[in-house]
Design a protein around this ligand. Structure first.
Ligand code: SF4
Ligand code: F3S
Length: 107
């Protein structure tokens, strides 16, 4: 099992999640974070930390968001590890909760 970052992280990137991960398995892209499924130890700590409620256990990913399971696995291979909190993206509060952000994902 792994945890998965889903659509509502896009254009928010609050990064509270990375502060609690004991194995540093978050990877950072331009406007989204992903979890490396090969490193996640399923500790559950990150899920309640995300202000955008974007993190789910793999078997609880909401309907329609299943594509993010594969996206996390694929993008984690290319993006660098992030282990320290940074400022959210400038318009994070405005984008929090907006639907259909997947087309805005920058790889
Ligand atoms: Fe890291 Fe635990 Fe979240 Fe997995 S469940 S990404 S190990 S904090
Ligand atoms: Fe993204 Fe939530 Fe982490 S918005 S960066 S998954 S705290």
């Amino acid at each position: 099992m792994t945890f998965v970052v889903t659509e509502n992280c896009i254009k928010c990137k609050f990064t509270d999640c990375v502060d609690v991960c004991p194995v540093d398995c978050f990877h950072e892209g331009p406007n989204f974070l992903v979890i490396d499924p090969d490193e996640c130890i399923d500790c559950t700590l990150c899920e309640p930390e995300c202000p955008a409620e974007a993190i789910f256990a793999e078997d609880e990913v909401p309907e329609g968001q299943e594509i993010f399971i594969q996206l996390n696995a694929d993008l984690a291979k290319n993006w660098p590890v992030i282990s320290e909190v940074k400022d959210p993206l400038p318009e994070a509060d405005d984008w929090n909760g907006k639907p259909n952000k997947i087309d805005l994902l920058e790889k």
